[in-house]
Every structure is written in structure tokens, then in C-alpha cells.
Design a protein around this ligand. Structure first.
Ligand code: NZQ
Ligand code: ZN
Length: 395
């Protein structure tokens, strides 16, 4: 096992009725900005529950954060933060809102790079993403999660888009102090968002599991348990007779949080190339995040089968109970079963499923190069040529 430091201080309030916990989690003297997306929280009663819980607080609101939150929208929140002396941010929504709030929190207190190119010391918060300028201060954040998928509610990551470029930053200073996970609020999700969420969480686990073995038994077995939970419960959330089952929703919600709260990734190598290639598909063509991953991952498994051979065999036997046949047959079957699971979750597994073809691969590879994504994967050995091979395999 590799050395690691692990600390996850996000306090989790899980279950029905837990939104009221925000009334005591947020200090009474705070000036709170409630931040949300396009309005789903207004039609499903979450906004009402949140504002009821905030009735003793001084609060303001900022809405309109779009899926794949845009830098321009997020920067608009700075006006109200300054005008109203906001000192606490409450994100209510899916990963986009939570990620967006993280950037808002860091941008609000960003002091810039005194050593920037023109020596002016001017601060442009975009540098947090584009130049990976360290975050040294951020407003405190709480989150009410409405879409289980990203794990953003208890991690320090944020992904922001500007002019088709999707970049991320990470800082413990933007990790939510608390998160409310009430599975009942996920009942209003569309099938598309449920499918996306389950597949995103599944691939977060894969990115931290399907690398090479360092004998991290705890991490491996946690990961395998989470993968199996999503394989079992995911399809139930789409089936007519079980889609409103709260136990199904609860298991999916907790799996998605556990998939990317730092626990299973501590002390093991991590890949993330599926995500990095996928981000270009979202940036260039606006494809939903999870749907980029379900297209890239099976192709990546095929192209990287030698480098990932040992873990692919472990995945085949422990996650899918595939034990018959020679090594290559078992790996093929595990990849096929992964694709079938994605199909059950109603997400695409090929570029052709989303009407993209070989002519589009040049642009994606060009973008990877522009963004410096030329040495990906757990060994840093996925070059642009290999990314091209993966995309070609995904046709
Ligand atoms: O905007 P509203 O009206 O709220 O509608 C949203 C949005 O249209 C809707 N929705 C959310 N909760 C709902 C609901 N509709 C009905 N009922 C509910 N309870 O769902 C739509 C999609 O929401 P979004 O937040 O975009 O989805 P998701 O949670 O999948 O987040 C995706 C974003 O997270 C980033 C992705 O890149 C993408 O930008 N990621 C963040 C990560 C992280 N912070 O660690 C890791 C991930 O790999 C991912 O990259
Ligand atoms: Zn993801």
C-alpha cells in the first residue's frame, strides 16, 4: 500500500427529514447565500424545506447555475457576496451547483498571484483553474445534495467550464463542512439523471480501483462492494416497480458519496484518464458528464488490457463472478458485462451512439494537447497517440 494522509471532515446528515439540520449547522450570525441551479428545487419542495430551516438566519439567494457550471455565471455571484457581506455559502442541488459554489467560495477571497506575468499583482480567479494557483482562503460551504453522482458534497474538487474548456481544481478549503443527503429528494430525478448519476459514481470507483495492485486490500474490497451495490441497485431505480423505493435510493446515494470522498482512493494508485478524455467530449460537444465516461471507459479497458491485466482479472472474478475460461476470455467478458450494465442504465457506450465519428477525434485530441493532457493514467503513460487509440476504439 502507498503512504497516505486521510481526513474527511464533512459532517453528513443522512436520511429523510434531515434538511432541517442546516438550521443548527450554519451559525446563526452568518450571512448566508443560498445557491441553486435552474429551479428543480422550487418544484420538488426542497427550496421550501431549506428556507424553512433558514428562518432564523439572514439569507440571500443566487440561482441559475447550469449543468457543467460556467465561469461567467459563477463570477456573477461575486456582486451579491460583496454587496451583502456574505460569509457562508449553502449549495442546494447536484454536482454542478456544489462544484460551482466551491469556485465561488474560493474566488470570493482570492488574492491573486503577486508574481503574475505583468507584475501587477491583479487577481483573476480563473487562474485557480487555468494556472492551478493555490487556494489559500475560501468562504465556508454547506451542501444539500439533490443528485447522487459526483461525491462533490464531501470532497474538495470542483469542475468549471469556460468557453468549452472544462478545468478542475482541488482544495481542502472548499470541502463542504456539512452535507445533507436525503434520498427522498432524489425521487424527482429523471431517468436520464439517475442513469448518469449511477454511472458517474461507478466510474469514480473504477478510476481508483482499476490500476495496478499495491495490495491495498481494504481499498479494493470497499471498491468492489460499492461497485456491486451500484450494479444491484442502479437498475432498480429505473424499473417501474422499484423506482420509488427509498431503500434503493438510499443505497445509491451513499454509494455515490463513498465513491469519491477520499476513502477508497487513499493509499492506492489512481487513473482518471477516462474523466480527462471525457471532459473534452463535454467541452467540445456538450455531452453529459457521465455519458462521456460510459463511452470512454469500455474502450480504455480494451486498449489498456495489458497494463491493467491483473486488476481486470480481479474485477472480473470479484465484481462479476466471472471465473470460467482463460485470462483473455474472462477480461473480455468483464468488459462486455460492464457495457451491458451501462446499457441497462440507459447511457451510450459508443461515440456512434451520440452521432460522433472518426472526423471528431482530431478535435478531441487537439484539445487534450492544448490542455496539457499528454501523459495520463496511473503510470502517466497514456500519450496523445494512446488517447487517440482509445477514442478510435470507442467509435
Ligand atoms: O439545475 P436544476 O434545476 O437543479 O436541475 C438539475 C440539472 O438540470 C437536475 N436536478 C438535480 N437534482 C434534481 C434535479 N432534477 C430533479 N430533481 C432533483 N432532485 O439535474 C440536472 C443535472 O444536474 P448536475 O448538477 O449538472 O448533475 P451532476 O450531479 O451529475 O453534476 C455534474 C457536474 O459535476 C462535475 C461534472 O463535470 C459536471 O460538471 N463533476 C464533479 C466532480 C467532483 N466535484 O468531484 C467529479 C465528477 O467526476 C464530475 O466531473
Ligand atoms: Zn465523474
Amino acid at each position: 500500500m502507498l503512504n497516505f494522509n486521510f481526513k474527511n471532515p464533512t459532517s453528513i446528515h443522512f436520511g429523510e427529514g434531515q434538511i432541517q439540520a442546516i438550521s443548527t449547522e450554519i451559525p446563526l450570525n452568518a450571512r448566508v447565500l443560498l445557491v441553486y441551479g435552474g429551479g428543480s428545487i422550487k418544484s420538488n419542495g426542497v427550496y421550501q424545506q431549506v428556507t424553512d430551516a433558514l428562518k432564523e438566519h439572514t439569507w440571500f439567494e443566487f440561482s441559475g447555475i447550469e449543468p457543467n457550471p460556467s465561469y461567467d455565471t459563477l463570477m456573477k455571484a461575486q456582486d451579491i457576496i460583496k454587496a451583502e457581506n456574505i460569509d457562508y455559502l449553502l449549495a442546494v442541488g447536484g454536482g454542478s451547483v456544489v462544484d460551482g459554489v466551491k469556485f465561488i467560495a474560493a474566488a470570493a477571497l482570492y488574492q491573486g498571484d503577486a508574481n503574475n506575468e505583468d507584475g501587477s499583482g491583479e487577481s483573476d480567479p480563473w487562474d485557480i483553474l487555468a494556472k492551478q494557483q493555490p487556494v489559500t482562503k475560501a468562504l465556508p460551504i454547506g451542501a444539500v445534495l439533490t443528485l447522487p453522482a459526483t461525491g462533490s458534497e464531501s470532497n474538495g474538487n470542483s469542475v468549471v467550464t469556460r468557453d468549452g474548456t472544462k478545468l478542475s481544481f482541488s482544495s481542502n478549503l472548499v470541502r463542504p463542512l456539512f452535507a445533507v443527503l436525503d434520498p427522498t429528494v432524489t425521487l424527482t430525478l429523471s431517468d436520464r439523471q439517475i442513469g448518469n448519476g449511477v454511472v458517474d459514481a461507478f466510474i469514480h470507483i473504477i478510476e481508483q480501483y482499476l490500476t495496478y495492485s499495491v495490495n491495498g486490500k481494504v481499498q479494493d474490497r470497499f471498491s468492489e462492494g460499492l461497485l456491486q451495490t451500484l450494479i444491484e441497485e442502479g437498475p432498480k431505480a429505473l424499473a417501474a416497480d422499484t423506482k420509488d423505493d427509498l431503500e434503493v435510493r438510499a443505497n445509491i446515494m451513499w454509494s455515490a458519496t463513498m465513491a469519491l470522498n477520499g476513502l477508497i482512493g487513499a493509499g492506492v494508485p489512481q487513473d482518471w484518464s477516462t474523466h480527462i478524455i471525457g471532459h473534452e467530449l463535454t467541452g467540445a460537444f456538450g455531452i453529459d458528464h457521465a455519458r462521456t465516461l460510459s463511452i470512454v471507459l469500455p474502450a480504455l479497458m480494451k486498449v489498456r488490457r495489458e497494463q491493467k491485466r491483473e486488476k481486470l482479472l480481479q474485477y472480473a472474478s470479484r465484481v462479476w463472478q466471472v471465473t470460467e475460461g482463460d485470462d483473455d476470455t474472462r477480461i473480455d467478458q468483464a468488459i462486455r458485462l460492464t457495457e451491458e450494465f451501462f446499457e441497462k442504465m440507459q447511457v451510450p457506450t459508443r461515440l456512434s451512439d451520440i452521432d460522433l465519428g472518426s472526423k471528431d477525434i482530431d478535435l478531441l485530441v487537439e484539445r487534450l494537447e492544448q490542455h496539457g493532457m499528454t501523459a495520463l493514467g496511473e503510470q502517466g503513460d497514456i500519450s496523445l497517440a494512446i488517447s487517440r487509440e482509445i477514442l478510435t476504439q470507442a467509435l
